[in-house]
Design a protein around this ligand. Structure first.
Ligand code: DHE
Length: 513
């Protein structure tokens, strides 16, 4: 009897409705992140942008806010259930592919109207400027590469990713955020020129060899945006579809300078595209080539002129790649697979396979000369090893065991060493210094035990190596590149990548793309 009464009273209780994440979002979040979730003054809140930030981690961030940003703490305003509901809502996929055409992109373009200087406004060597991307509070510091003085520190869009790209004369730099914003900055004037949102979720950018065009590889929508580097206006937005009409994300785009093309890997279809950036239609003066099922090279679907496209079929979609220094061969990996492939861009087909287990991070691969051969090395994201490959016969020369999985490699023509970081695992923060000829680790630096220490860049002359303590209260450590002696620490907010103007514009041996 009592049981029936209890059951009856429970049934009689008014049902408590589960919190509506979408409604809470509109009420509390949309003013900064936009009703569309594409972002406004705050970043986009879509799964593509949030990546691994979900569940408890995301709920904590909503409850406590994010330091050094405008993101407030919601613990006092929203219940734990409300926070969980809104966290679930923002990681849910968008119902339809978003529209982000030329018109939408053009509407975001903001030029500062600054007055460009006619000569550098500083006495430092403009070719030895190093930019430090500080991801802690979304700024870039402009360093004098000789004195290491900070000449300027400017705000960037939220979450910059990948290497900034410099104009061929080193004066301007273009920076991209994961939310698809592209910012142009004038190094001589130490002033922002403007910005535009070229995509909603973007991978990286590439500059054409003549410096006129900037390609933006997008995941969302499935497009490649081409901007004029002069004034950031949109020149072209290409929908990316494989031969069969399957839409695809662009995994990455790079400039192939000798070929005067952009080369892009498609994430969802087994194709590489090469896009001409000169008026004659790129390196196809002999006609467009393509290898058919029988391995025969044939001319097909000839497109000519600026932005003419060539499709190259590969055996599986590639999500990371690298080039030989002459840009004739592309070395690519599908991270899910255990192998890499070499695609010869001249004949337009795969010519070799490489043994590359452990998620190689080819985007940060580098090359150097060893015993008369060009070799390339790549770190692996899931295993403590570096693969060194002979680029003449594509054989694996050595697998160097490291203290843990690494992310970045750097060297310089005038140093005998490669600097490799350990990014994750128990030994994170170790920096290995590897002899380029013996391929042995000659020293391991542990500058900040227990902290993330990663990414090296050299000064123009290769005399100093700059390494990041990748923490909110981090620093850039300047080392003597010959003695490994620490020269100084420059306090920075989670410094990530560092980019020296000279090393980047001359494609210095030892730097990645
Ligand atoms: Fe990167 C470069 C892809 C995660 C920091 N990263 C690149 C490039 C690619 C790439 C294709 C080369 C672009 C260029 O410079 O033009 N990165 C990827 C991934 O696929 C991956 C593993 C997962 C993802 O979600 O994107 C990934 N990358 C990260 C990070 O988690 C890092 C450590 C922190 C962050 O900013 O997100 C990170 N990636 C970097 C940096 C570079 C980079 C600093 C530029 C390196 C350079 O020296 O040029």
């Amino acid at each position: 009897m009592i049981r029936h009464i209890v059951l009856f009273s429970l049934l009689a209780l008014p049902a408590v409705a589960a919190p509506d994440g979408a409604a809470i979002y509109v009420d509390q979040c949309a003013s900064c992140h936009a009703e569309t979730r594409f972002g406004g003054t705050g970043p986009a809140l879509i799964p593509e942008s949030l990546r691994q930030l979900k569940g408890k981690k995301l709920e904590d961030l909503i409850a406590k806010g994010r330091t050094a940003t405008q993101m407030p703490a919601f613990a006092a305003t929203l219940s734990a259930a409300d926070i969980a509901a809104v966290a679930t809502y923002v990681v849910s996929p968008l119902a339809t592919q978003p529209v982000w055409t030329e018109a939408e992109i053009a509407a975001t373009r903001e030029m500062t109207g600054y007055h460009p200087a006619t000569a550098p406004t500083f006495t430092a060597d403009p070719m030895n400027i190093t930019l430090v991307v500080e991801t802690g509070d979304h700024h870039v510091s402009v360093l004098d590469g000789d004195s290491f003085a900070v000449l300027d520190r400017f705000a960037t869009p939220f979450a910059v990713h990948g290497g900034p790209k410099f104009s061929p004369d080193g004066r301007f730099v273009f920076i991209m955020s994961r939310d698809g914003w592209v910012q142009k900055y004038d190094i001589w004037s130490l002033k922002e020129v403007g910005r535009v949102r070229a995509g909603l979720n973007s991978r990286n950018i590439a500059m054409s060899a003549d410096g006129k065009w900037l390609a933006v590889a997008n995941y969302l929508p499935n497009t490649l945006t081409i901007l004029s580097t002069d004034d950031l206006t949109v020149k072209k937005v290409s929908e990316i579809e494989g031969r069969g009409g399957t839409p695809s994300r662009v995994a990455a785009v790079y400039q192939a300078p000798q070929r005067e093309t952009f080369v892009l890997a498609l994430k969802d279809v087994p194709e590489i595209w090469e896009i001409a950036t000169n008026e004659d239609g790129g390196p196809y003066s002999e006609g467009l080539v393509h290898s058919n099922e029988n391995g025969m090279v044939e001319a097909v679907g000839i497109e000519r002129g600026l932005f003419a496209r060539r499709r190259i079929d590969v055996s599986a979609p590639l999500d990371d790649f690298f080039f030989s220094p002459d840009y004739r061969n592309l070395i690519g990996t599908n991270r899910a697979a255990e192998t890499g492939v070499v695609v010869n861009l001249d004949v337009g087909r795969e010519i070799a396979e490489l043994p590359l287990p452990g998620m190689p991070h080819l985007g940060s691969g580098i090359t150097w000369d060893r015993g008369g051969h060009k070799v390339m090395a790549t770190p692996h994201l899931t295993e403590g090893l570096l693969s060194v490959i002979d680029m003449t016969d594509w054989s694996l020369i050595k697998t160097i065991k490291t203290d843990g999985p690494g992310f970045f490699l750097r060297s310089h023509a005038s140093t005998p060493y490669v600097w490799a970081d350990v990014f994750t695992g128990e030994s994170k923060g170790h920096i290995h210094i590897i002899d380029k000829q013996t391929l042995e680790i000659v020293q391991t630096l542990i500058p900040a035990p227990g902290k993330t220490v990663a990414h090296t860049e050299f000064t123009r002359d290769g005399k100093y190596a700059l390494v990041s303590i990748w923490e909110m209260d981090g620093a850039v450590i300047v080392y003597d590149a010959a003695t490994f002696e620490e020269i100084k620490r420059l306090p920075m907010s989670k410094p990530a990548g560092k980019y020296n103007v000279w090393n980047k514009i001359t494609f210095e041996d030892g730097t990645s793309h």
